[in-house]
Design a protein around this ligand. Structure first.
Ligand code: GSH
Length: 204
């Protein structure tokens, strides 16, 4: 399989970490959505986003949630990091929805600063989306146990949240600096003990 997209993307990172944890071998193509790689990504995903996962038979999957669903199917419910059914599944899905929503808002903050000239930044909009992002992360911090978010073992909610949290640290340091999320800090440190998570740290 071929995984397309840079590990700076929390969406790519959660897929790559999951593939390492599931012992599913893959080649990594760290294409960026801007610049020379743009057309290559468009060929895989018409909305020019990563991640994309090219399966061995050539089928291409897009959207990290759909890719994780496929990976879970490959390893079966015993090993899947998202529970198959019931309240446990609903809890993990809810946690992930908040983590994904919070990091999407952080991404918009990063894009505003990166792609728009400074004189066109619109502070009220940036404040609005920053607040949404902060609110999501603070809520997640309140949900974290010691250290896992759902129950007594690692789930996809933990990987997704930690990848999102670490993206903030790199891509929106100004937003990260005012987050007070001690439990997410612990979660991220705990995940850093896993080789699978360390292997997907975005290059500096
Ligand atoms: N819902 C998508 C979101 C993917 C996404 O937003 N990827 C970002 C990278 S962090 C991207 O490709 N952004 C380019 C853009 O939207 O213009 C998923 O879960 O895969």
């Amino acid at each position: 399989m071929i995984l397309v997209g840079r590990y700076l993307s929390p969406f790519v990172r959660r897929v790559a970490t999951t593939m390492y944890l599931y012992d599913l071998p893959f080649e990594h193509r760290p294409f960026a959505v801007v610049g020379d790689d743009r057309q290559k990504i468009r060929d895989l995903n018409p909305v020019i986003r990563v991640p994309a996962l090219i399966l061995d038979d050539g089928e291409t999957l897009i959207d990290s949630g759909a890719i994780l669903d496929y990976l879970d199917e490959q390893v079966g419910p015993e090993r899947a990091l998202t529970p198959a059914s019931g309240t446990e599944r609903r809890r993990v899905l809810k946690l992930m929805a908040v983590a994904v929503g919070a990091v999407e808002k952080a991404t918009l903050v990063a894009y505003e600063k990166r792609y728009r000239p400074e004189e066109k930044w619109h502070p009220p909009w940036v404040e609005m989306i920053s607040e949404q992002s902060r609110s999501g992360f603070q809520w997640l911090d309140g949900q974290a146990g010691s250290p896992w978010l759902a129950g007594s073992q690692l789930t996809q909610a933990d990987l997704t949240t930690a990848a999102a949290y670490e993206f903030m640290r790199i891509a929106t340091p100004e937003l990260f600096a005012i987050l007070e999320c001690p439990k997410l800090e612990t979660l991220s440190q705990e995940l850093s003990t896993l080789e699978a998570f360390r292997k997907t740290v975005p290059p500096a």
